[in-house]
Design a protein around this ligand. Structure first.
Ligand code: ZN
Length: 158
């Protein structure tokens, strides 16, 4: 938690939010601007405009495989530009974070040292990215609960 500056109470609040099925960001077309870099800085061919953060909502009870696939991503966060014509141009937030951790130069190629790049990244995690990080942690607990349900259901079959 040192990297993000989250406290034990923050983590516990995320666990509670996951148990309650809390979605932090409004679902739909309106995204949250947390000052994420353009996806084109991270991946060739992506949109050069600044992406907005969105969060997968909770679908109705799955009636078919398509709905079930959506259920697996409940609460998952993703980045997507606001322009029309880029509908497939999104990136899962967790993928972006893992990539950036290993490629800090993508955030600020002008930073004079690796240490400063890490300090800049940490500052983002603790300020403008704080709410998205809390929602991401909540999503991880939601996944954990889903995995537990799967595990329990397989145990009862044995
Ligand atoms: Zn776009």
């Amino acid at each position: 938690m040192a990297l993000t500056g989250l406290s034990s109470a923050d983590i516990e609040n995320c666990r509670t939010a996951a148990r309650n099925g809390t979605i932090h960001f409004p679902t739909g077309k309106v995204g949250f601007d947390a000052d994420f870099p353009p996806l084109s800085k991270l991946e060739k061919g992506k949109c050069p405009k600044k992406p907005l953060l969105h969060q997968k909502g909770i679908p109705r009870f799955p009636t078919d495989l398509l709905e079930l696939k959506k259920l697996w991503n409940v609460g998952r966060l993703f980045l997507k530009c606001a322009c029309t014509g880029c509908e497939v141009n999104f990136t899962w937030l967790d993928h972006m974070l893992w990539y950036v951790i290993d490629n800090l130069d993508k955030l600020d190629p002008q930073a004079p040292s690796d240490k400063i790049k890490m300090v800049d990244f940490q500052a983002l995690l603790r300020t403008s990215w704080r709410k998205p990080i809390l929602a991401q942690v909540t999503f991880l607990f939601m996944r954990e609960y889903m995995m537990k349900i799967v595990h329990l259901s397989t145990q009862t079959l044995l």
